[in-house]
Write a protein that binds this ligand. Sequence first.
Ligand code: 5GP
Ligand code: ZN
Length: 124
Amino acid sequence: MHDHASHYDSNCIFCRIAKGEIPSRKVYEDDEVFAFHDINPAAPVHFLMIPKKHIASMAHLSEADAPLLGRMMALAPKLALEQGCNPYPAGGYRVVVNTGVEGGQEVHHLHLHVMGGARPWLKG
Ligand code: 5GP
Ligand code: ZN
């Protein structure tokens, strides 16, 4: 069941980052999750959290993925603070999942953007 290799897409840039085939500035890694700094940050803190297994987008999620996505959501606040986001409520962060073309998704491997730090930001 934990055969991540079978979920690897060699044409997918984020699969390759999770495997270390493409370098990234790592924020966090465990069995199922990888997090790394966005190469083009839109905020003072901007990192991405991905499942190691290839899931193309949020539109591809099934009920079986709920625990994995739940873990990622629960992990985001801890990583956000570690990476320099300021504490709630005066600080905080934004968690975004762009989905599909009209949702602004450019890389088709599901990822959470976690953005924070002092305003102003580049976008939003
Ligand atoms: P999307 O538009 O799909 O939600 O976001 C894709 C994000 O991935 C963008 O913010 C972009 O800067 C980031 N990105 C694209 N390619 C790379 C890469 O090779 N390395 C890193 N670290 N980030 C990337
Ligand atoms: Zn992938």
